[in-house]
Design a protein around this ligand. Structure first.
Ligand code: ARG
Length: 393
């Protein structure tokens, strides 16, 4: 049997690589996809795969595709799940699509991934794989064999699989250009405060430098310019991760409701995503009507739920995107954001599509005859007044 395994070089997928050979008697082709991690890691991953017995290793840098086809859509949809920027979820889709593509090229009998049976990633992988090729077998050793993390660590030691030294309970970390998630170890218990060592992209807010104002320019809902410099998506997010990270922006510690209904304690670092989504939302408030904003909020929330639960390729996601794209035609303009010891606060907004009419709202100018508003107010209470009258009858 020939299997293509999505391989990150972490504990789960390294254990899978060995198990696929030993327990499933498979020839394994490993596939590593870069979605914004340090590109040097790809070389390390390749060496590890070969050392652990892969018959072939393939790697792809999909960072640009990830940003332009997934992250940009998420920005337009204010992609937050229960308040944090979707990141792992978004990156699973291009990986799963590539996995199926390579399985076809390799004439493989199955694809494999290292997801557990408890998390959300299995929803994203399995759903996407089966939508691309319903006949392709999916092997998920950790889920099928009911493995625990400590069993995996024991097996890794026994099989000579390199694991991070000095940690008996390593965290489960997933990283891409849009964010980094840290779970497991003693973080599982919500009563434990996260130690400083879990953070890599952000500095402690209390040690951040003096506040700094940055400017992001959006064109049709997408960030195109940072501090006066035009940039492609990957460079802009990379740069902003660095600036906002230095100010301690984008640390999130929360209880999350997983697809299966399990509550889990999750930590995230998403400096650029936090700034961009905050700025984008503020700009929308300037250019969209009250009713558009209200309706879009429910669309955004549905969009995020779909993407979180593995349904990127559901037709509804595309339907929602059609509405979202139409609203974004006016989401163009400059937003200045103050980064201040962990917070990102919008301090200035400008747009050619602004619906803010200074002379109408000003305390100093006429704009319209103020007496006209009394009529509108009277009608606002019309039904209430009739109701009270009936009660009194
Ligand atoms: N809870 C987050 C999500 O579902 C993070 C998942 C992280 N995955 C991982 N293998 N560590 O998107």
């Amino acid at each position: 049997m020939k299997v293509v395994l999505a391989f990150s070089g972490g504990l789960d997928t390294s254990v899978c690589l060995k198990l696929l050979q030993d327990k499933y008697e498979a020839d394994v082709v490993t596939l590593a996809v870069n979605v914004g991690q340090d590109p040097e890691k790809l070389e390390e991953i390749k060496e590890k795969a070969e050392k652990l017995g892969a018959i072939k290793h393939k790697s792809f840098d999909l960072t640009k595709e990830f940003v332009e086809n997934y992250v940009f859509k998420s920005i337009k949809a204010n992609g937050l799940y229960e308040g944090y920027p979707l990141s792992t979820a978004l990156a699973r889709y291009p990986i799963a699509v590539r996995l199926v593509k390579e399985a076809h090229k390799e004439k493989a009998d199955a694809v494999a991934h290292g997801c557990t049976g408890k998390g959300n990633d299995q929803f994203r992988f399995d759903t996407t794989i089966s939508l691309q090729d319903p006949d392709l077998e999916i092997i998920a050793p950790v889920r099928e064999l009911n493995l625990t993390r400590s069993w995996e660590i024991g097996y890794a030691k026994e099989q000579g699989i390199p694991i991070p030294v000095d940690i008996d309970q390593p965290y489960s970390i997933d990283e891409n250009l849009w964010g980094r998630s840290i779970e497991g170890g003693n973080l599982e218990d919500p009563k434990n405060e996260p130690p400083e060592e879990i953070y890599e992209l952000t500095q402690s807010p209390s040690e951040a430098p003096d506040p700094e104002v940055i400017e992001v320019e959006f064109e049709e809902g997408i960030p195109i310019n940072l501090n006066g410099k035009k940039m492609d998506g990957v460079s802009l997010i990379t740069k902003l991760n660095q600036i906002a990270g230095e100010h301690g922006v984008g640390r999130i510690d929360m209880i999350e409701d997983r697809a299966l209904g399990l509550k889990s304690r999750e930590n995230y670092e998403a400096p650029a995503a936090t700034v961009i989504l905050t700025a984008h939302k503020a700009l929308e408030k300037l250019v969209l009507t009250r009713d558009e904003l209200k309706f879009k909020e429910s669309v955004d929330s549905l969009w995020a739920d779909l993407v979180y639960r593995g349904s990127w390729f559901d037709p509804l996601r595309e339907d929602l995107d059609a509405f979202i794209d139409n609203t974004q035609e006016r989401v163009t303009g400059q937003v200045r954001v103050k980064l201040d010891h962990g917070s990102a606060r919008v301090v200035s907004l400008e747009s050619p599509f602004s619906l803010h009419e200074p002379e109408l709202v000003s305390f100093e100018e006429f704009g319209f005859d103020q007496q006209e508003s009394t009529g509108a107010i009277k009608f606002q209470s019309l039904q209430g007044r009739i109701f009270r009258k009936r009660q009194g009858e």
